[in-house]
Design a protein. Structure first.
Length: 350
């Protein structure tokens, strides 16, 4: 397992991160603790969660993921290693109507809401500090989660970037969070957060967590440039495109998989050219005696802007295969073939 510096921070994160959004919905607390134990035994030091997890979010299960992780962190043999672990969580943005999480859903990133969110996460996680605190999605109107067009008619009340950063500065000052990141963000957002921080001497964002995989490489152009110039690293989520890049949806898939359990979830991966592109990527993987999972994860891990690839699994077999992908390297010939498919089926699941 290799470790990479996260943006301009002093955090060195494992090249594979353990994603946890199924804990409390598809995974029991026993499952969660088994996965966490196995992951750190393989050298993973980076665990990613969010206040609204598990997903799909609802009032009944919200917070269970952090709670499961907190009970694991509280075990004496893990608590003694806390300083070696990097725990990342997230605060919700505006616009998703999660009134069951907090009453004030209009100004989701107001000072009071952020302060409450951090304290609630710390309590559930049973820790004194959060290593990386992320804005789950922008407070402002932006296209996200499979949307591609910006629509000015959807403008809404938002908390300014400066106000958000001022609140995060307070939290860093008192030691409740160490570093700040964003998620589901745009190039404009990267630059605005970075420039505001410089102008006002406020904490700088060090990471962005966006979807990135073989069938969604929208990050490659404008976002990659913005992150390069502002020293921000990508934490790539959905590297297997909600399981589509395992190949299991090419034919009839099992009934207990996420996209069948939650049919309204992950609509971006149900677009017209997804199956055709996935089929061609499967053929490349087969040529090199790899599973599509191994090749897909190795591709994401190989990208220069990726600090860590966030994997998720609902069983130990999946988790082991995902972590074992660190032993696979994408060579020039394989990359050329991948790029050839990408040219024919350009970002079918943006």
């Amino acid at each position: 397992m290799e470790y990479k510096r996260l943006g301009s921070s002093d955090l060195w994160v494992s090249e594979i991160a353990l994603g946890t959004m199924t804990y409390g919905q598809q995974n029991t607390i026993a499952d969660a603790h088994a996965q966490l134990d196995f992951a750190i035994a393989q050298g993973i030091n980076f665990i990613d969660t969010a206040e609204m997890y598990p997903v799909p979010p609802n009032a009944k299960t919200q917070g269970l993921t952090e709670q499961y992780i907190g009970e694991w962190l509280a075990q004496p043999h893990i608590k003694s290693q806390r300083q070696k672990l990097i725990i990342a969580t997230k605060v919700i943005g505006t616009g998703r109507n999660y009134k069951w999480l907090r009453d004030d859903s209009i100004a989701a990133l107001s000072r009071n809401n952020i302060l409450q969110a951090v304290d609630d996460s710390l309590k559930r996680l049973q820790t004194d500090y959060i290593d990386l605190y992320q804005i789950h999605w922008p407070d402002r109107n932006v296209p996200m989660f499979g949307q591609v067009d910006f629509d000015p008619s959807q403008e809404r009340q938002m908390v300014s970037v400066a106000e958000q950063l001022e609140t995060f500065a307070e939290l860093i000052q008192v030691g409740k969070i160490r570093n700040l990141g964003v998620s589901n963000e745009t190039s404009w957002g990267i630059c605005e957060f970075s420039h505001t921080a410089k102008a006002m001497n406020l904490p700088k964002i060090v990471s962005i967590q966006n979807a990135y995989n073989l069938i969604n490489r929208t990050f490659d152009s404008h976002l990659a440039e913005a992150c390069y110039r502002e020293d921000v690293s990508l934490l790539a989520y959905s590297p297997l495109a909600f399981g589509y890049l395992s190949g299991k949806y090419i034919h009839k898939s099992p009934t207990d998989v996420r996209m069948n359990l939650f049919p309204n979830f992950g609509q971006r991966y149900k677009k017209v050219n997804v199956k055709a592109a996935t089929t061609e990527y499967m053929a490349i993987a087969k040529k090199y005696n790899l599973s599509l999972v191994q090749m897909a994860l190795a591709f994401v891990r190989s990208r220069w802007f990726v600090a860590s690839t966030i994997i998720g699994a609902t069983n130990m077999e999946q988790l082991k295969e995902n972590i074992d992908s660190v032993n696979v390297q994408v060579n020039d010939e394989m990359l050329s073939e991948i790029n050839s498919v990408h040219a024919r089926y350009f970002n079918p699941a943006p």
